[in-house]
Design a protein around this ligand. Structure first.
Ligand SMILES: Nc1ncnc2c1ncn2[C@@H]1O[C@H](COP(=O)(O)OP(=O)(O)OP(=O)(O)O)[C@@H](O)[C@H]1O
Ligand SMILES: O=C(O)c1ccc[n+]([C@@H]2O[C@H](COP(=O)([O-])O)[C@@H](O)[C@H]2O)c1
Length: 221
């Protein structure tokens, strides 16, 4: 069966690190990767760009990338963007038997026990975990997480197509150091940052004067 793959993030802004793991997942899984911008991301301060602006930047970033697309479903919900709610929405749309995977970086994955109803999430989708510098997956996972993951790890992408949910695939792609915090900080300080985002996204950031002073966005934009 085919596998639906969703990659959630704040994408404030989308950068080359995001794109490199989305491309690596597209190649490893041979599926389209849908990038899902969080409207109101839980567990972090308000983003520097509005949700529609972050989604627009994603549209620019995936243009000309055959294996990537943007899914705006979290922008349509008038509530915090909890992943469990998004997955329930996806299950309503695609049914209980459809293999579904959630792609995320190792730093997010290590924090999974802080997510809403995280144990339920492990049986609601597969996880594809991308290596990220500074976030080891081999050791020192929270004990509850390490226990919950026993028997779920796989290195075989096809395992994710053989059941609707429950496996965890480690994506061992080349590490990319980009971080949205570093990009926002560089813009605010007048340092160089354009090389870490696609040119069309860099132009958008400049045209909309984003991230210059750390102010919160106009929610109507
Ligand atoms: N360079 C990277 N390598 C691997 N994973 C990444 C990288 N950058 C982001 N991710 C992952 O992408 C997802 C979305 O990340 P997010 O939008 O928060 O970007 P970020 O660069 O971590 O942003 P911020 O610095 O604002 O926290 C997360 O699961 C995160 O772990
Ligand atoms: O559901 C949760 O409780 C939850 C907690 C933290 C993060 N998430 C999701 O994880 C993805 C990455 O989040 P972030 O903050 O690293 O951009 C994004 O889709 C978030 O909505 C989800």
């Amino acid at each position: 069966m085919n596998l639906l793959v969703f990659y959630g993030g704040t994408f404030d802004p989308v950068h080359e690190g995001h794109l490199s793991i989305a491309r690596a997942a597209h190649v490893a899984l041979r599926e389209t990767i849908a990038l899902v911008p969080a409207a109101d991301p839980p567990h972090r301060p308000s983003p520097g760009a509005s949700a529609p602006q972050r989604a627009d930047m994603l549209d620019l970033a995936v243009a000309g990338e055959p294996g990537l697309c943007v899914d705006r479903r979290e922008l349509a919900r008038d509530a915090a963007s909890y992943t469990i709610d998004t997955l329930h929405d996806l299950r309503l749309q695609h049914g209980r038997e459809q293999p579904i995977a959630w792609l995320l970086g190792a730093d997010s994955f290590r924090g999974l026990p802080e997510w809403k109803r995280w144990r339920e999430l492990l049986d609601c989708c597969h996880f594809v975990v991308a290596d990220r510098a500074g976030s080891p997956l081999d050791d020192r996972l929270a004990p509850g997480l390490a226990d919950a993951l026993r028997g779920r790890w796989t290195h075989r992408p096809d395992d994710l197509k053989e059941s609707p949910a429950g496996r965890v695939l480690r994506l061992e792609q080349p590490l990319h150091p980009a971080s949205a915090t570093a990009i926002r900080r560089a813009i605010a300080r007048g340092l160089s940052w354009r090389e870490d985002v696609p040119p069309a996204v860099a132009d958008y950031i400049q045209r909309h004067r984003l991230y210059r002073d750390g102010s919160t966005p106009d929610p109507s934009l």
